[in-house]
Design a protein around this ligand. Sequence first.
Ligand code: FAD
Ligand code: FES
Length: 278
Amino acid sequence: MKPANPYLPWEAEIVDRIQETPDIFTWRLRFTDREVARQYGFKHGQFNMLYLYGVGEVAISVMSNEGEELLHTIRAVGRVTRAMMELKVGDHIGVRGPFGSAWPLDVARGKDIVFVTAGLGCAPVTSSIKHVVANRADYGRLVIMQSVRHRNEGLWEPQYDEWRSLPDTQVLLTASRDKTRWPHWHLGRVSVLLDEAQYDKQNCVVMMCGPDQMMADTSRTLVDLGVPGESIHVSLERNMQCAVGHCGHCQLGQHFVCKDGPIFTWPQVAELMRVKGY
Ligand SMILES: Cc1cc2nc3c(=O)[nH]c(=O)nc-3n(C[C@H](O)[C@H](O)[C@H](O)COP(=O)(O)OP(=O)(O)OC[C@H]3O[C@@H](n4cnc5c(N)ncnc54)[C@H](O)[C@@H]3O)c2cc1C
Ligand code: FES
């Protein structure tokens, strides 16, 4: 269900709130209009614009849409997200969406699937990982690589433990700033995991999310290792205002990240990501 006016937010209530780390929290939201709640649907990888009345609006990936509830995990980094962290269960916010392109889960059928994420970059891929796990027979090997700064930011660790035990599945985790060597954890950035990952480089789909530099470096390395550029998909974060391709705030070369992205193939953005400040 899309509103007649894409600028008008629907109202949603915070029905649950989990403080994951000092600056990361998860909201469980329910639309106050039951018809909207019933009809809302998203594709894996899309995002919503969450509006804190009187403060501002931010783009946040849809983590999942369980029953009639919507999950978002948010890191408080600035004006709007810090104010959002103060909200309590029962408070209301505005929601516009879903917007943007989706991960190529259909194209990926029958192929090995490689997820590469850094930081909260896991949020946009979590629903896709769950989809692959729930439809395991449709896909080849599943490799999940995640890098965080400290192990306590590995929010999805209990799920990783569960996924690690699945057949043909590899979960590789690394913490870039931890000094302690934990079981199942590496030390360093995501690049330290690439050598250990086992998948068919010629017949895989890579889905990647995280800081631009990490995605650019990793994509170049994967191409050097023999992964075709078209098989690599990156989810970009840019300043979003309208989210419908009108204002130009999210423009990246010829692309509007809100409308043509946020998910692009590596060849679509490889040259643009060389340009500083784009
Ligand atoms: C498609 C898309 C999906 C996104 N999904 C999520 C998500 O699931 N969860 C989530 O928490 N965020 C997500 N973001 C990022 C989120 O939109 C921004 O963090 C948010 O807009 C920041 O708004 P603010 O007003 O709180 O901070 P601002 O006041 O705009 O920024 C304050 C300071 O924080 C820095 N900053 C801004 N954004 C980030 C960032 N992402 N990481 C680190 N520093 C930053 C700025 O450079 C600035 O210095 C997504 C963004 C896009 C485009
Ligand atoms: S956010 Fe306005 S054009 Fe993309």
